[in-house]
Design a protein around this ligand. Sequence first.
Ligand SMILES: [Fe+2]
Length: 364
Amino acid sequence: MEAKVFQDARIVVLDDEQANVDLLLRILELNGYTNVSGYTDPLEFLDGCRNLPPDLALLDVRMPEMSGFQVLERLKAELDDFVYRPVMFITSDDDRETKQQALSSGARDFLSKPVSPAEVRLRVGNLLHTRFLQMELRDHAERLEERVRARTAQLEEARIEILERLALAAEYRDDATGEHTRRVGRESAALARALGGSLDEVDDIRRAAPLHDVGKIALPDRILLKQGPLTEEEMEEVKEHPTVGARILSGSRVPMLLLAEDIALSHHESWDGTGYPQGLKGEEIPLCARIVAVVDVFDSLTHERPYKRAWTEEEALDEIESLAGTKFDPRVVEAFLRLHGRDAPPPDVASDTTSEADNDVKAP
Ligand SMILES: [Fe+2]
């Protein structure tokens, strides 16, 4: 540690007798300390410490207006980082009890009057050395914490990117461009905004929604690429993709990934409780999943796949509207229709729960 830091250290002395203050200041100055101040009035001393917190304080114990112990208590209360600022008592009460009280009150050391210049030099030097080492350690710990924070954020970003790539890989066999996942993200964000979501929530859903089918990565090609209708057993395998997806996404504390986990797990639940994998009903289904369910079906219907033609927007909106209250949350459907320029409220009871969209297991 640089000797210069020691010499510039701010040292304050409080003693009700001016002669004692002068003596200590002189000893300190003779030892090269350049930033020393002396006080005989405790209140002025405390003011001085408040304005410019000291690196080291030397306090007389016995003073008429306020004892050194009381001054120390005020210092502790007023300086946020008191713990790093050493205090040394100077006392003529050379008995054990006073020394013990001095140390247990938070002082680091004490000097006995009459003070010896050599002792002052050694004890002041030791205390300052400890203070500056502690400061270095504190700064080092803060820098380390900052690096850990930055590294953790980088790791989470990398994890999110890997998951996005997984979602693309899962979809690749259906849509090599990856546009479906992106559109579902964009449209789900717009719908969340229309339903009153905050900007942060909307941004999270924009990034989380594209991961809804990440669990399809586990589906074999013989099912994903099958041109004809699926057998009952194959259907059961398809129905595992929400659970698989949620498992892939689990274990994060990042809000966006927690949301993605909810969406992956529940985007095939139905408002009336007939969906999968848990058969959740109504508001038991997380809102984000109710939103993605509508957007996912609409987007799948309106785009061509190897096994189906693209529906017109009008046909798809009719279908979505007809499923309000059975497959979909009516409030979400209403907002969705409004987003697409339809103001009419959805019917109270949907007409058909086994519609073409519902049977199209590959679509959503
Ligand atoms: Fe799905």
